[in-house]
Write a protein that binds this ligand. Structure first.
Ligand SMILES: [Zn+2]
Length: 510
């Protein structure tokens, strides 16, 4: 656009702008669309009398860790419903769905036997298996994450060994392809009789001092071989020995339990019904499930308490939005976005009436951007709202798809799966680790995040014009390909058959 101003095209530009202005009036923000008085009341409740940190404290200290499918997660589901009822949400209920199988962490102990003797710090990755009772002893050998083709071919060398995943040379595939192939490697290593795999979150080294980070190794993926996260200090020591030509010997005893079949879980749902168009729905939430090395405060007690705090602030303001705001605390996020995929499936018939979803799940920091989940058509519409928040915080707007949380199923459905992205420099330490505790969260930051969530939710639901409708599948396919989401979705079997059919009919062109 800038170069047009240099030449004769100025008149053309002016004419073009005039046409544009005629067809597409500038989007109105809270200053012009009538929503501002309500937003001011909600901001007052949210910033001066927030209940969000109280919710986060209860969830962290009284409920605690809540792995999907566990009795603790069931307690969280009951707690969430009780909170929603007490604050006055309508239609509070749990929406059941089935997790493919359950998993319970047991113990994980490791000892370095040679060249020196000392304990090593490990924790099992979720949905991975056990050593023989009492453990097993073996040599540590390196496995190169960047050359998994070869590692799978030569997997028999891992019999009776502990595999240490390292990254050497240049990767021959994209990160997503490697992560998907890591699952194939783990299955092959288990069959070959490896004792265990030191593999962290897809082979990466643990971040932070003396911390391990648990997590799942795929979407709904379980592995018979024990896979562990080891502290960076201990892992580096093993790497140094191997680098010097020594073969460290270790004893590993890892005990976990799988349930034999599917287990029940549930999303927690409660609504503020719309005053004019109650059938039109904006989903607002975070995920209630967590990992179990600590309290699950930053991942994602933050998102759950933001959603509850936002609901509470709106209710106490006495303001009623035009359309329905449906607060949803998802479960199963940590196993592969299972709760939000289940929601989209269970509400298929109602999706045409959805406006999108608004999710916070990026740690403990202040909100820095609203990412509109692929919907570039909404960026200009959203910007005047973001500008109206300037006295609270500068917040950017873009159309990025966030694939790492419950936004993704909504983006795949062609709806704006809006991610409230945060500035969380310490999240790399608290993420799925023993440091994911209430200690990591500042109450004022949480109150601000919850208020921004309340304001965005209310504005989207209340503005005179409907914010969004789902895109047709053709347009969604194009968008997902454009945002390079198709490779990941295909690698993990999440690319809908309808999308594959569209691609066959209309091969992507530039
Ligand atoms: Zn999370």
């Amino acid at each position: 656009m800038r170069k047009l101003f240099g030449g004769i095209a100025v008149t053309v530009l002016v004419a073009a702008l005039a046409v544009r202005a005629e067809n597409k009036p500038a989007a109105k923000g809270p200053n012009d669309d009538g929503t501002k008085p309500a937003l001011i009341k909600i901001a007052g409740e949210g910033m001066l009398d927030s209940h969000a940190f109280q919710y986060l404290t209860e969830l962290s200290d009284d409920v605690g860790a809540r792995v999907t499918g566990s009795p603790q997660a069931q307690k969280a589901i009951e707690w969430g419903q009780a909170k929603m009822r007490a604050m006055g949400l309508e239609n509070v209920h749990a929406e059941k769905w089935q997790l493919w199988r359950g998993w319970t962490r047991g113990t994980a102990q490791a000892d370095l036997l040679t060249p020196i003797h000392r304990p090593l710090h490990i924790d099992a990755m979720g949905w991975t298996g056990s050593t023989p009772a009492g453990g097993a002893e073996g040599d540590v050998v390196e496995v190169n994450m960047f050359d998994l083709d070869n590692e799978i071919k030569n997997v028999s060398r891992l019999a009776g060994k502990v595999a240490l995943v390292v990254t050497q040379g240049e990767p021959k595939k994209s990160f997503i392809q490697l992560f998907a192939q890591f699952g194939d490697f783990l299955r092959a290593a288990g069959k070959a009789g490896a004792i265990a795999v030191i593999g962290g979150q897809g082979g990466g080294k643990a971040q932070g001092m003396n911390l391990t980070h648990t997590g799942i190794l795929g979407f709904d993926a379980d592995f018979a071989v024990p896979v562990v996260s080891m502290t960076a200090e201990d892992q580096s020591q093993l790497e140094r020995y191997i680098g010097r030509g020594l073969t460290p010997r270790v004893h590993f005893n890892v005990q976990n339990t799988f349930s034999s079949g599917p287990v029940e879980s549930a999303n927690v749902v409660g609504e503020i019904r719309g005053r004019e168009n109650p059938e039109q729905v904006l989903v607002v939430g975070g995920h209630l499930d967590s990992w179990d090395l600590s309290e699950g405060t930053t991942d994602n007690g933050m998102g759950s308490s933001c959603a509850l705090g936002a609901a509470d602030a709106i209710l106490r303001s006495g303001m009623k939005p035009r359309r329905t705001i449906r607060f949803v605390l998802f479960t199963g996020e940590e196993q592969g976005l299972d709760g939000s995929f289940a929601y989209v499936k269970q509400h298929q018939a109602e999706l045409a009436n959805h406006l999108g979803s608004l999710i916070l799940d990026n740690g403990q920091g202040p909100v820095k951007a609203f990412q509109l989940g692929g919907r570039d058509d909404l960026v200009d519409i959203f910007k005047p709202f973001a500008a109206a928040l300037a006295d609270i915080r500068d917040v950017n707007v873009d159309d990025k798809v966030e694939d790492g949380t419950d936004t993704l199923p909504f983006s795949v459905a062609g709806l704006p799966g809006i991610n409230m992205n945060q500035e969380s420099p310490e999240y790399k330490y608290t993420h799925h680790s023993a440091a994911d505790a209430l200690e990591a969260v500042k109450p004022d930051v949480l109150a601000q995040d919850a208020t921004l969530m309340a304001l965005a939710a209310y504005w989207i639901a209340d503005r005179p014009e409907r914010f969004a409708s789902p895109w047709p599948a053709e347009k969604t396919v194009k968008m997902l390909v454009g945002q390079h989401q198709d490779a990941m979705l295909k690698a993990f079997g999440l690319w809908p058959k309808a999308f594959a059919d569209i691609e066959k009919r209309e091969p992507p062109s530039n």
